[in-house]
Write a new protein. Structure first.
Lengths: 221, 221
């Protein structure tokens, strides 16, 4: 299984790259719009893993090249870059599953608001931008990147997997379950993505108002 | 502390009445639009508690009479009855804190959608309907009524408390914490209510798609 993390130089990309490299034997490629930036970050991840006695190759390259040949392509970019990132790699996607972890949010006086794009969710936006027939799955929205990126931390949280293709959901759920302490739960078809994505601003608001709670995750039980 | 549960003959009203009666010494009044129905249900609750060796008086009466003299008035009615229920008891509210546990939802092919009223949330709708200066708090949205109402079950879940008055949030959080196994978390000002209420359809969708998960609750950790 080969995973490309587009925008893998950012917070959630880093978190997923390190965790998959630590807990699984999946091939990991870090993508960025700038090849050199991707290479530098990939080296940083390798060094971080080496410092923990884990020998791992992680490649870093430009997004389209990272996507080429990957089984799963994660759009680890901000919501407003999802559409252009998908378009930039569209020719390389082949049969790859596209994974969307981004959430649209705004801030007002009270806190963070869930603000989906017009099509209903960022996951739907990714699906709209992708070539016809591309399997698109929303996942990893509600993970604290900081909590995962520090490999000293236990993960201990759930993530929700949403999308119209049940097989693709299963594959992405397996990827998530490969990370120790992370449990994937099935949230059903793509139409359920707004409520899944809406959990992220809630977590940030709750963390803000309760002492001692930060990098908050969630368990369904 | 005297709590009136308007619409206390319904699922969430029953759940909260039984749990508060079991775990606390708060005065509990069950309200309904029909006095007789409230009386009958209150007697049922008393009988249920007696069967567990708990001697408790629970009054049942018409909503406005139930609200009169209560410190906290819970609007345990469906979202579409929140405004008219508030209006029906407005003259009796005095300094009472109004608590809104209702959520607006619709169903489509994918699952349940969060569908707030035009003012942004059901909690905001309750605040709009209430007399000026009434302290309104959203809470108990995400609890499974069935899970709570069966007193054999452990509660083991979190609930979120949202509203513009911090003291009122604290009071309602204390009421929640009075129920064994329930933990209240502060979700901040009223403007954060949409994301709080939106958790309920998510829980229902997740329960539907994962075997063995029903009456689902959530823990923030």
């Amino acid at each position: 299984m080969d995973i490309a993390l587009l925008g893998g130089t950012g917070d959630i990309g880093q978190a997923l790259a390190l965790r998959w490299a630590l807990h699984t034997d999946y091939g990991i490629v870090v993508g960025s719009r700038e090849r050199e930036r991707a290479r530098t970050k990939a080296e940083e991840y390798v060094t971080e893993l080496e410092s923990r006695g884990v020998e791992r190759e992680i490649e870093g390259t430009e997004n389209a090249e990272a996507a080429a040949g990957a089984d799963v392509v994660v759009l680890a970019v901000p919501a407003y870059h999802v559409a252009d990132t998908v378009e930039a790699v569209a020719d390389e996607l082949d049969d790859a599953i596209l994974v969307s972890p981004a959430v649209g949010m705004t801030k007002d006086d009270a806190g963070l608001r869930y603000k989906p794009p017009g099509v209903g969710s960022v996951t739907a936006l990714a699906a709209d931008a992708a070539p016809d027939g591309t399997r698109v799955v929303g996942a990893f929205h509600n993970l604290s990147a900081d909590r995962l990126a520090n490999l000293d931390n236990d993960v201990d949280q759930d993530t929700l997997v949403v999308g119209d293709d049940p097989d693709a959901r299963d594959i992405v759920a397996d990827l998530a379950d490969g990370i120790e302490g992370l449990r994937a739960l099935d949230a059903g078809p793509l139409g359920n993505a707004p409520e899944v994505e809406g959990l992220t601003p809630l977590l940030i608001n709750v963390a803000r108002h309760n002492e001692g709670m930060h990098d908050l995750g969630v368990r369904f039980e």
